[in-house]
Design a protein around this ligand. Structure first.
Ligand code: IVH
Length: 674
């Protein structure tokens, strides 16, 4: 090696070490030893040196924090140890029960108090950091728990993620934690975005997720992301730690950021004390948390307790209750749906609650407005829990203005002026305008093109509105008569995007009967019913000829649904639209009709299949169950009769257990099917 080369190598190593030490002082110890300006100078020198000597650059160089050229796509990474989720608890009793259950499972006397690590449940994104021989080799998202996305390029830019570990680290070490965006950074980012005319993120979690989903890590590098680590994945040294607490201390010693609020507590009482303490501090934290996590401290007991479905038995997430905030009602007006249903909506003074800004809340129906006695100008309490849609729970009558007026429900459709028909004691209000109502038409088309219906890509709400407004379409069948020039003339379209839309309309012509039926938007016919109709009639002609008596013989089709289907197909304009759809090229393969045994024990039962099956595909199992008269749906609720639990079943199995719904293994299913 030449002297010059040697000199630059020495300089390079010095610079790297210097910068790493400053990083540690700044990010981990929170005690910077030089000014930002001096730091930037050092970094600039390093980057220049690397540019002159590309062979010097290693993936753990501090310069990698600034990001690199965009990737084409995210690679998949299979987790060596699955990334689990957590079971939830909500009440004090849930926590006591969790602790007692663990005592039983581990065969321990209930008088023995277990040690737990209690820590905040961070509202961010789970990440796995894999180190081999002390170097960060990859960072991956949780994905479905088994396979995640490779986000190494983005995670490298997070300044507190160690790129290299001390030599004391095990040769293989996978550390798991949460990436999140602290409040201050979130606020600044949103302000900057809005100043540039871009849309702000709804909450810090979405902002963190959006930042990690970048192919261009130079964007991520500019986002104020942080991380706390809290769990172990794969490891080469089986004796690395004996307790959860020791794990956290080891992580800290290796330079990983660990949430400083964790605490070793005793028994369920200790857990609950910690919960109450932190619930009071929650508002003042720098970051969003949505509960507390309790983890059994002894790792050998964790191993003994094992897992259920996708969550460990030795840990519990104690969720904070739904958040409530006060705000005012600026206006109440109604929305017209695709079947003419008229739904009142309260327009609120925007309020941040449960992690999102809420400005519109559905009031469901006239009876609900009366029940809560909501008036324009009222101060109301808005609640939002988890992923549940926000709702108004009460009016603060003390703040009601003396001249407030009771809301008068419209007697005419605000869109087309037709009469509003009200039934069911103010529960159902409908516009009687049918085909002449522009709102119904627009909503009907939006439904027709949606993913689970005809799945036409690139036909967003605004485009549908424009097509209807310019009278280019007046029925769903007109979509199939649109031409390239017409699309190109619409605002916002260029040659390429216009062609893309024409192509996806073309592609949607090849469809399935169940999709088409669902897409038609027959009142009362959702996805599951559409599928059942397709399986029972096989072709659309047959269904169109069926009368309501025949329809009612199908399991789960009652008089209301049967009547609605009969009426829909009796309508001449609907018949015309169906004919036009076929004339313009929509087509599907006939469905093989499976006769239903009226004696079948599955008749009318609602079944959910979750997890993988070994002896047949899920679709096959679904078909066989349907042929026996079962209704196979996708999500577990109170109305579910049986959940079939396959291999690696997840949250649905858990929910069944929580709701006390009976479950069945694949073997039991096979026995009953045969
Ligand atoms: S431990 C085996 N600890 O919550 C246990 N998870 O609902 C694995 N989360 O996917 C998780 N804070 O993204 C753990 N202190 C914490 C957490 C935490 C947030 C997230 C994590 C996980 C999800 C499960």
């Amino acid at each position: 090696m030449s002297d010059a080369k040697n000199a630059s190598l020495r300089l390079y190593q010095q610079l790297r070490e210097q910068i790493q030490a400053h990083n540690h002082a700044y990010y981990t110890k929170d005690q910077p030893t030089i000014s930002d300006y001096e730091y930037d100078q050092l970094m600039q020198q390093l980057i220049e040196l690397e540019a002159q000597n590309p062979d010097l650059v290693s993936p753990d160089s501090p310069s990698q924090r600034v990001g690199s050229a965009p990737l084409d796509e995210f690679k998949q990474i299979r987790h060596q140890v699955p990334m689990l989720s957590l079971s939830n608890g909500f009440s004090d009793e849930d926590i006591v029960e969790f602790d007692q259950r663990l005592h039983r499972q581990l065969d321990q006397d209930s008088a023995v108090e277990f040690d737990y690590i209690a820590e905040p449940k961070l509202d961010g994104l789970a990440v796995s950091l894999m180190y081999e021989n002390g170097r960060l080799v990859y960072a991956a998202t949780r994905g479905d728990g088994k396979t995640g996305e490779d986000i190494t390029h983005n995670v490298r830019t997070i300044s507190t993620v160690p790129l290299a570990l001390a030599s004391s680290a095990p040769s293989q070490l996978e550390v798991r934690g949460e990436i999140f965006m602290p409040h201050a950074g979130f606020k600044a980012l949103n302000e900057a975005h809005i100043a540039q005319g871009k849309k702000g993120f709804v909450n810090p979690r979405n902002a963190a997720a959006g930042s990690l989903r970048q192919l261009d890590s130079r964007i991520t590098a500019k986002r104020p992301l942080a991380i706390f680590v809290y769990a172990l994945g794969a490891i080469s040294d089986p004796d690395y730690a004996q307790t959860q607490e020791q794990l956290l201390l080891n992580f800290k010693a290796l330079g990983f950021p660990v949430c400083p609020l964790y605490k070793l507590v005793k028994g369920s009482e200790g857990c609950l004390d910690y919960y109450r303490g932190l619930a009071n501090k929650r508002e003042h934290l720098d970051y969003e948390i949505d509960g507390i996590v309790y983890k059994l401290n002894r790792l050998d007991w964790q191993a003994d307790a094992g897992f259920i479905a996708k969550a460990p038995r030795w840990a519990l997430a104690h969720k904070f209750p739904a958040q409530e905030k006060s705000t005012t009602v600026n206006e109440i007006n109604v929305q017209v749906g695709r079947t003419g249903a008229i739904t009142p909506v309260a327009r609120l003074e925007p309020v941040f609650v449960g992690g999102v800004t809420v400005s519109n809340v559905t009031l469901h129906n006239q009876a609900e407005i009366q029940r809560l006695d909501i008036r324009v100008g009222d101060t109301v309490i808005v609640r939002r829990a988890g992923d549940v849609i926000p709702q108004i729970v009460a009016v603060n009558l003390e703040k009601r203005l003396p001249k407030s007026l009771v809301y008068e429900f419209p007697s005419h459709c605000p869109e087309c002026g037709s009469d509003v028909l009200v039934s069911g004691e103010g529960i159902i209000a409908r516009c009687s305008g049918g085909l002449i109502c522009g709102a119904q038409l627009r909503q009907g088309i939006k439904h027709f093109v949606s993913r689970k219906a005809m799945d036409i890509d690139g036909l967003g709400d605004k485009i549908v509105d424009a097509l209807v407004h310019q009278e280019l379409i007046s029925t769903v069948a007109d979509l199939y008569a649109l031409n390239f020039e017409q699309v190109l003339d619409l605002e916002g379209f260029a040659e390429k995007s216009a062609q893309n839309l024409i192509d996806s309309i073309e592609q949607s012509k090849e469809t399935e009967l169940a999709r088409l039926l669902y897409a038609l938007g027959i009142p009362q016919v959702g996805e599951t019913t559409a599928e059942q109709l397709a399986n029972s009639y096989g072709k659309l002609d047959k269904l169109m000829q069926a009368d309501k008596e025949h329809l009612e013989t199908l399991p789960d089709i009652g008089p209301v649904v049967a009547e609605s289907i009969e009426q829909f197909f009796a309508d001449q304009s609907n018949q015309k639209v169906v004919k036009q759809l076929f004339d313009r090229g929509v087509h599907y393969d006939d469905v093989e009709v499976v006769a239903v045994d009226q004696e079948s024990p599955w008749l009318g039962k609602t079944v959910v299949i979750t997890g993988g099956l070994d002896t047949m595909a899920r679709a096959e199992a679904k078909k066989r169950l349907q042929s026996l008269g079962a209704k196979v749906t996708g999500s577990v609720s109170k109305n579910t009769d049986v959940v079939i639990v396959g291999r690696d079943a997840g949250s649905k199995a858990l929910k069944a257990e929580q709701l006390g719904i009976s479950t069945m293994s694949e073997a039991e299913l096979l026995e009953l099917l045969n």
